[in-house]
Design a binder for this molecule. Structure first.
Ligand SMILES: [Mg+2]
Length: 441
C-alpha cells in the first residue's frame, strides 16, 4: 500500500468532533483564593519555602504577570515578585476538589482519562444524543464546574486529543475553543513547533536549524525526510503536524507505578524521623492505590544523600498489596539497607501494579495449603476493613484516620507537597507531553 494512501486512510479515520480537554485554571492557587477571599486579586502562589529548596506548584494569573510560573524555584519567584503571597500546598483539599470535578465529567461520559488532578480528556461521542453536541457538552461542563466549585476551567473541543489539549490552552484563562475538523490547518499552521507533543527544546532547536519553526512548515516537509532525520519520533511529530493523532481516550490507562518522594529543606540523619516519614509516604501511596483500584507487588525505596548520590533498593512481594502497613514493613527493611548517612531526599514507589478485581486467591493454585488459604482470607478481610476506613478518609479528609505513630507529630509540617506525588504511565503510542511531570497551568 502506498504511503500516501495510508496517510489518506488515517486522516479520514477520526474526523468527528468529539474529544474534550478540560483544564482547571491555576488550580491550586484558585482553590486557595476561593477559600480565602481576602486573597482575591493578589499574586498568590502555592509552593515550598524560598529558604529551602522549594518550588512553585501553582501561580495565580496575578503572579504570572510578574513572570512567575509553576516549577520555578520559590527563591527565583520571590525575586520576580517580592509581594507574592506564598502558601504551603494542601494536597488533601486539592484532591477532594479534583474528585468533585472528575465526577462532573463522569455525568456526561464514562470515557474520562485524567492526566493529573486538574485536567482530563473526555470522549463524548456516545453522549451527544443525550446531552447535545460536543461543544454544548463542553459549555455545560464549564458551567457545572463554576456553579458547583466556584472555580474556572478552560475547555478545548476537537477531533483528537492533541488538538483538544491545544485548544483548551489557546484562550486561557476561562477559555473555550472549538477546533472544527475543517479548520485544523488554519489553527495549526502558525503555531511554533514546540506546541507539538514530543517536541522538546532540543528537537525544536534541530528543527529550527532545518528552517522549520512553525507547525505549518513541518507539515509541508516530506514525511520521509522528517523520518530520516528524526526516526520514529519524526513520524509521530509529522503526523501531529497534520493533525493526525490516533490515541483514544482511555479511562483505564495502564499505570506502571505509583509513588512519592520528598526533598527535605535540610538533610535528615535521624533514622527514626526518616522511618516516620516513610510510614506517612506508605500510607499515602497505599491510599492512592486503593483509590485507583490497584495493588502493587514491587516496592522501591529511593534515597539521595547530601552529596546528591542516589541509591535505590527494591523488593518484590510474593503477593501484591495496597495496604500501608505492608508497604511500610518492606520499606523499612529497604531503608536499613541504605548506609546511615544524612539524606536530602527519600521516596517510595510501588510498581508491578494489578487491578484489585484480580483476586488474591489466584495464587492458591500455586500453593493450595490450608494455612495459605487462611492467610489469604485474613488479607482480604484487612483489605475490606481498610476500604471502609477509606470512606471515612474520603469524607473527612486524608488526616481523619492516621496510624497512631503519626499522631503527636505536627500535622502538616511534613505533609507531602503535590509535586512530590508521581505516577508514571505507559505510553504505548508514542512520545507524549500530555502528562508533564507536575507542572500545572
Ligand atoms: Mg490546569
Amino acid at each position: 500500500m502506498s504511503p500516501r494512501f495510508l496517510l489518506a486512510l488515517r486522516m479520514t479515520a477520526s474526523p468527528a468532533l468529539h474529544i474534550l480537554h478540560v483544564d482547571m485554571d491555576a488550580f491550586y492557587a484558585s482553590i486557595e483564593v476561593r477559600d480565602n477571599p481576602s486573597l482575591q486579586g493578589l499574586p498568590v502562589c502555592v509552593g515550598g519555602p524560598a529558604s529551602g529548596r522549594g518550588v512553585i506548584s501553582a501561580a495565580s494569573y496575578e503572579a504570572r504577570r510578574f513572570g512567575v510560573h509553576s516549577a520555578m524555584p520559590t527563591a527565583v519567584a520571590r525575586r520576580k515578585c517580592p509581594n507574592m503571597v506564598l502558601l504551603p500546598p494542601d494536597f488533601d483539599r486539592y484532591t477532594r476538589v479534583s474528585r468533585q470535578v472528575m465526577e462532573i465529567f463522569r455525568r456526561y461520559t464514562p470515557l474520562v482519562e485524567p492526566l493529573s488532578l486538574d485536567e482530563a480528556f473526555l470522549d463524548v461521542e456516545a453522549s451527544e444524543r443525550l446531552f447535545g453536541s460536543a461543544a454544548e457538552i463542553g459549555q455545560r461542563i464549564k458551567r457545572d464546574i463554576l456553579r458547583e466549585t466556584s472555580l474556572v476551567a478552560s475547555v478545548g473541543v476537537a477531533p483528537t486529543k492533541f488538538l483538544a489539549k491545544l485548544a483548551s490552552d489557546l484562550d486561557k484563562p476561562d477559555g473555550f475553543r472549538v477546533i472544527e475538523p475543517d479548520r485544523v490547518r488554519e489553527v495549526l499552521d502558525p503555531l511554533p513547533v514546540s506546541k507539538i507533543f514530543g517536541v522538546g527544546p532540543s528537537t525544536a532547536k534541530r528543527l529550527a536549524s532545518l528552517g522549520i519553526e512553525t507547525v505549518g512548515q513541518l507539515a509541508r516537509r516530506p514525511r520521509a525526510e522528517v523520518a530520516q532525520r528524526f526516526g520514529a519520533s519524526g513520524l509521530w511529530i509529522h503526523d501531529l503536524a497534520h493533525g493526525i493523532d490516533p490515541r483514544r481516550v482511555s479511562p483505564h490507562r495502564e499505570e506502571k507505578s505509583h509513588g512519592m518522594e520528598r526533598t527535605f529543606p535540610e538533610d535528615i540523619a535521624d533514622r527514626e524521623e526518616l522511618a516516620v516519614l516513610l510510614l506517612s509516604f506508605c500510607e499515602e501511596v497505599a491510599f492512592e492505590l486503593r483509590h485507583r483500584g490497584l495493588r502493587g507487588k514491587t516496592v522501591t525505596l529511593k534515597a539521595r544523600f547530601g552529596d546528591f548520590r542516589t541509591v535505590t533498593r527494591t523488593k518484590t512481594l510474593e503477593l501484591a498489596t495496597n495496604l500501608g502497613p505492608r508497604l511500610y514493613a518492606v520499606a523499612k527493611e529497604l531503608l536499613r539497607k541504605v548506609e546511615p548517612k544524612p539524606l536530602r531526599l527519600l521516596g517510595i514507589q510501588v510498581s508491578k501494579l494489578e487491578d484489585v478485581r484480580a483476586p488474591l486467591q489466584g495464587i492458591l493454585f500455586e500453593d493450595p495449603s490450608p494455612g495459605r488459604a487462611q492467610w489469604l482470607a485474613s488479607q482480604e478481610r484487612i483489605e475490606r476493613a481498610t476500604a471502609s476506613a477509606d470512606q471515612v478518609r474520603e469524607k473527612y479528609g486524608q488526616g481523619a484516620l492516621v496510624p497512631a505513630s503519626l499522631l503527636g507529630r505536627k500535622r502538616g509540617r511534613r505533609s507531602p507537597r503535590p509535586q512530590d506525588v508521581q505516577s508514571s504511565e505507559a505510553h504505548p503510542e508514542g512520545p507524549d507531553k500530555a502528562t508533564p511531570p507536575s507542572s500545572e497551568q
